[in-house]
Design a protein around this ligand. Structure first.
Ligand SMILES: [Zn+2]
Ligand SMILES: [Zn+2]
Length: 539
């Protein structure tokens, strides 16, 4: 057996070495049955057929009790991204329960220790993008259960059909000593209970007609690695003054089925997913409720485009998230050709957000030159748990109404700016030659005709307004202690291909930021607001 293509000469993995319950005759020959499939490792299957008989469960008897199998194994550094443990589920099972654990030997500072995700696919198989997905809890839980009536958050309720299920281990960090793991599977026999009924959120709320709507496009709950219940996230969105929010739990659609209870005429809840690959995370926003997007690929696997197309066919948006996040597997390596927007501001402002804004800004000038599509900027909180603030930051989107389609269209068109909180408001326009353009619009004027760029802003005491064009920062002005002000700057369409605005808080020492200078530390305070550009075009 082997791990993946890169180390098939190396018999380092010793999977599936036992059955602790003695119900099944799992001998060492099973080791030989393990096989690699692509960048994945498939272990020898676990059978419950004999165990059921051993447990004295007559065939067809409802409530015939539980049967448990325990599998242990070892993975060395260099293990496959995904390790599949097939489980042969007989007929008559009403619940599958799985517990797992692994050791965490101490490692030197700077060396990743053991960390292993878990999820499951049912008898419909593990094919990439296939129908067998039944849930994923990443590293957030050590156990899960699925039955027709209910499932652990992150997992999809439904009948436990007979056939080969696959428990998936995702050993995404393996210590130099390797990882010893144990997986305990318990099947409960009996008749299915009442089927689970999904309660999907409506795709429209009352709204105010064509208007600016505030919303956070990246939020987690207990359905992935967040600690907040869906009720708490919805309450937090309302408290933050948001009109909409998007549910983006990692790698699962399970939360979609509960949002109907928490949405309302005052809060549109849009369904989505944070697709968490080994080479970066992306938001699939505006998915039809219940739709799941596969994440089991790397940049080099050339599979991302297929799943981006799936999201586009479903009417959703593909948004690379926190592209410069330094955490393992969190930097964006798939490029931007398939993206609809990019999350340049993720949670409280940090240096990786500066990098994201710089990359995005460079792309604007390129789009102007080539006449190609430009990529709108988004900002989202990525809030998981207390004390992370829902709505810090969020998008303020100009949309035809408070509906999923209208919000998605607004973001796709870049008709949005990003606010640190709902206490920040702004209006951004460029006017000249008797015309006016707003965010994401184009103002066309004679090359030398004066164009006045105007920002009205409130809610940023002693803030600094920056106007940035394809030449860089062209104007800087401070706001008063009240935080309210209007800044006007004149340019022409020959001088600027686009102009965008940033409003920054003062630096830590209270100074307004150091404009067009360089220094050993950041020369700007944290972002309070950032707009998408207005394009300026020579007539
Ligand atoms: Zn992420
Ligand atoms: Zn996230």
């Amino acid at each position: 057996m082997c791990l993946d293509g890169a180390c098939e000469h190396d018999a380092a993995a010793r999977p599936a070495t036992g059955d602790r319950d003695g119900g099944g005759a799992l001998d060492r020959r099973r080791l030989l049955m393990a096989a690699a499939t692509g960048a994945a490792l498939t272990l020898a299957p676990v059978s419950f057929m004999q165990g059921r008989a051993a447990a004295g469960t007559p065939k067809g008897t409802p409530d015939g009790g539980d049967v448990t199998r325990t599998v242990t194994g070892h993975l060395d550094t260099g293990a496959a991204d995904f390790v599949y443990l097939p489980v042969q589920v007989p007929k008559g099972v009403r619940k599958i329960a799985v517990e797992y654990s692994y050791d965490k030997p101490s490692v030197p500072a700077g060396t990743p220790g053991n960390s292993c995700d878990i999820g499951v696919f049912d008898q419909r198989g593990t094919k990439l993008g296939g129908k067998g997905f039944r849930g994923w809890s990443g590293g957030a839980r050590t156990a899960f259960e699925i039955s027709a009536t209910e499932a652990t958050p992150g997992y999809l309720p439904g009948p436990v059909e007979a056939g080969t299920w696959n428990i998936v281990l995702g050993p995404y960090q393996v210590a130099p000593q390797g990882m010893n793991y144990q997986v305990k599977i318990t099947l409960t026999y009996g008749a299915d209970g009442a089927p689970f009924t999904p309660n999907h959120p409506p795709t429209k709320a009352k709204g105010r007609g064509r208007a600016w709507y505030r919303g956070d496009g990246h939020l987690h709950t207990v359905h992935s690695d967040g600690k907040r219940l869906p009720a708490e996230v919805a309450a937090g969105a309302r408290q933050a003054g948001l009109d909409f929010m998007v549910s983006t739990d990692h790698n699962t659609s399970s939360a979609h089925a509960v949002w109907g209870e928490y949405a309302g005429q005052d809060l549109l809840i849009i369904t989505g997913e944070e697709v968490t690959t080994r080479n970066g995370h992306w938001l699939a926003l505006g998915l039809p409720a219940g739709e799941w997007i596969d994440w089991r690929y790397r940049s080099r696997d050339d599979a991302f485009g297929r799943f981006a197309r799936q999201v586009h066919r479903s009417g959703g948006l593909v948004v690379p998230a926190h592209p410069y996040c330094p955490y393992i597997a969190s930097q964006w390596k798939f490029g931007y050709a398939d993206a609809d927007a990019v999350e340049v501001w993720n949670g409280p402002w940090t240096y990786d957000d500066e990098s994201a804004v710089d990359t995005w800004d460079a792309g604007l000038a390129e789009a102007v030159r080539t006449g190609g599509r430009w990529l709108p900027a988004m900002g989202n909180s990525d809030a998981h748990s207390e004390p992370q603030v829902i709505g810090l930051p969020h998008n303020v989107v100009y949309a035809d109404g408070l509906t999923t389609d209208a919000i998605v269209s607004g973001i796709r068109a870049g008709r949005n700016w990003i606010a640190e909180s709902s206490s920040v408001s702004l209006t951004f326009t460029a006017s000249g030659a008797g015309r006016e353009a707003g965010i994401a619009e184009t103002l066309t004027a004679r090359a030398d005709a004066p164009v006045d760029v105007r920002l009205e802003v409130a809610g940023v005491p002693n803030g600094t307004v920056r106007f940035i064009t394809d030449e860089g920062q062209m104007h800087q002005e401070s706001l008063p202690a009240s935080g309210t002000g209007t800044v006007v700057w004149r340019t022409t369409t020959s001088l600027a291909a686009y102009v965008r605005a940033e409003v920054r808080h003062p630096m830590a020492d209270g100074s307004p930021g150091k404009g067009n200078t360089m220094g050993p530390a950041l020369v700007w305070g944290p972002m309070a607001a950032l707009t998408n550009p207005i394009f300026l075009k020579r007539a």
